[in-house]
Design a protein around this ligand. Sequence first.
Ligand code: ARG
Length: 459
Amino acid sequence: MAKLWAGRTSGATDALADDFNSSIRFDRRLCREDIAGSMAHAAMLGERGILTGEEADAIINGLQSILDDLDHGTLEIDPKAEDIHMFVEQVLTERLGDVGKKLHTARSRNDQVALDLRLHLRHETDALSEQLRALVAAVADTAEENRDAIMPGYTHLQRAQPILFSHHLLAYAMMLLRDLDRLADCRKRISVSPIGACALAGTTYDVDRRFEARLLGFDEIAQNSIDAVSDRDFCVELLGALSLVMMHLSRFSEEIILWTSWEFRFVTLSDAFTTGSSIMPQKKNSDMAELVRGKTGRVYGDLMATLTMLKGLPLAYDKDMQEDKEAVFDAVDTVKQCLEVFTPMLRSMAVHADNMKRAAQAGFINATDLADYLVRKGLPFRSAYNISGKLVSECIHSGCVLETLPLEVYREYSTLIEDDVYAAIDLRTCVETRISEGGTSPASVEKQLAWVRRRLGET
Ligand code: ARG
């Protein structure tokens, strides 16, 4: 295909250079956005009298025919084209002759590519948000279905205090809701139209940037043409937001992997979301969760690659910026794929409240409650803490737990302790009395659940 930009040079480039330079392999996914952007551009050129109404209509119809043919498979994207923008313009010109050559009036590929990418990522951000909302709903439903299950809460991966499993799950709902906020915030800055900035300096034609922006559903236009073609912050922001989504999914995955181990056995994943081993017949592995955890690194890599690519670039457009697309597309694809699997994996997960309870009973996780009991009997907290610690040590030596330690032994450590101690350290009491806002009491967890549902707009 002859170079549209031949003139200054012969345009006869080395095949290796062509291959190296070409972005069609990955920017072909911008073809709908490119055509939509070009239609809006032609409409604007017609509206402003820069092209005649007939010329604008011919271009719009020509673009529509290209889209239809691509959809019907009667036109293939040429893998040898330099990029999607050149490909569409080339086909248009083949079909319309000289009129097709008028499309690029008052435009550059620099504002065109920024436009296409923004249109595309706005759409992808909406799709990702929808998927995230579905996951938050699944987390909320799982919490609600298992609202009473008690499990040990951990710090340092050591049993710490009893909590409701639903409380633990809702912690993830909160993280994911913040991720949704971040995507919504990021979308605002994606949805700014760069078109009309042209190469970098604006244009001599009497264009209407706002008309074009409105047609494409943009809320705002970029205020500075140099910034409009140089800015890729919106990609970095999206990659940052997606990195956080993956970080959250990865921590969740790590816990699910732990919980499915025989050592924990808090949950079982459905067979549909596990794999076996090629040699060990007994194995049921949590590969989906492991892959989500593993793919987190690649999304972080996409973020780092983009930040690094941008850091030394002089204004305005530099070809380095072509590298933005593979990174951001890879991150979008990866997160979508992960969410697609994670949500049904969670929904089909069986929860073993009995195993959670058993684990909660074995690790002295009511020692803080014993100290609080002594505080209620009049001791300062630090002294109460000390006695409770000694009683745990006594239990470890005599092979029992606080619930089964005889009252006489308790009283050897403090005569403030009476028969009501057993009710005070009962795991259900421990959970029910943590009534502070955001705490693990059932009433508080109900409130959190309602809050999450409200945020999801389900109430
Ligand atoms: N394929 C290019 C990219 O992805 C399009 C913009 C090319 N602009 C230019 N001045 N060469 O960035």
